[in-house]
Design a protein around this ligand. Sequence first.
Ligand SMILES: Nc1ncnc2c1ncn2[C@@H]1O[C@H](COP(=O)(O)OP(=O)(O)O)[C@@H](O)[C@H]1O
Ligand SMILES: Cc1ncc(COP(=O)(O)OP(=O)(O)O)c(N)n1
Length: 275
Amino acid sequence: MHIVTTIAGSDSGGGAGIQADLKTFQELNVFGTSVITALTAQNTLGVSDVLPIDTIFIEKQFHALLEDFSISALKTGMLFSSEIIQAIANIMADLDIPLIIDPVMIAKGGESLLQQQAIEAMRYYLLPLATVITPNIPEAEVLTGKKVDDIASIQQAAQTLLQLGTRCVVIKGGHLTDENFATDYVFFKDGRAFSMQTTRIATKNTHGTGCTFSAALAAFIGRELPIDSAVVEAKKFIQLAITHDLSIGNGHGPTNHFAYRKYKDSCEVTIHELS
Ligand SMILES: Nc1ncnc2c1ncn2[C@@H]1O[C@H](COP(=O)(O)OP(=O)(O)O)[C@@H](O)[C@H]1O
Ligand SMILES: Cc1ncc(COP(=O)(O)OP(=O)(O)O)c(N)n1
């Protein structure tokens, strides 16, 4: 049994954060473990409060896992402050475990999940330790300081992020304006690059899409799939979770974490090599 760890915030509404990650891990047959960095009072309508966990206690959770488990992959989500990022990075620096970083910054409702002053800590301490980074378009803009809105600027942003030391960057295209397709862009340090395209689903129920995608990616990497196959399979997982939505709550509802198990053979992802 592969063991995969999420280091992230709790979403009381169950659609994003730790809860989305653990549901995804379970669906993908890996044993999920967690280091909780913050609590959010949250539902499909938004985040009403955030309570960061003391860094000493975050370190204790992380050490408790490392002392007892052989972890196959780790992912990070909401990290909230530069102190939390530094604490995680200090421990990660001594590990040789694939690390997937979802650089979570802002919730769908606009609430901040990463303090402004933590962005530099993310860039300089944590991102260089990553195996894969999965920014959405606004996160890629913040991390590179440049507008990202077309293929040329996506390629440029990916190169800037690859220079920080990571093996792979996936720039997620959920925030692009294409009405027909949801296209994500995958770039490797060795120069390979491709896009992954699926039909864009017209739904407001997209709460936790980024968390779910990065958790699926961590699960597949934990199961020892090569990174290029793992990103395509994670794209299928999120596409099916958005397609077969559940309609829970009154705002942006969660995605359907059960869908991949039922429909995984029915999902098409179109791959285009990028030159
Ligand atoms: N309406 C949609 N239909 C299909 N896929 C989507 C849709 N919205 C987002 N996605 C996909 O969900 C994943 C997360 O997307 P994105 O919205 O960019 O990230 P985040 O949730 O971090 O803001 C990506 O694979 C993206 O292509
Ligand atoms: C606790 C917590 N972590 C992360 C998020 C953001 O999740 P994301 O997958 O980016 O989804 P949306 O916020 O865009 O729905 C969160 N909301 N809460």
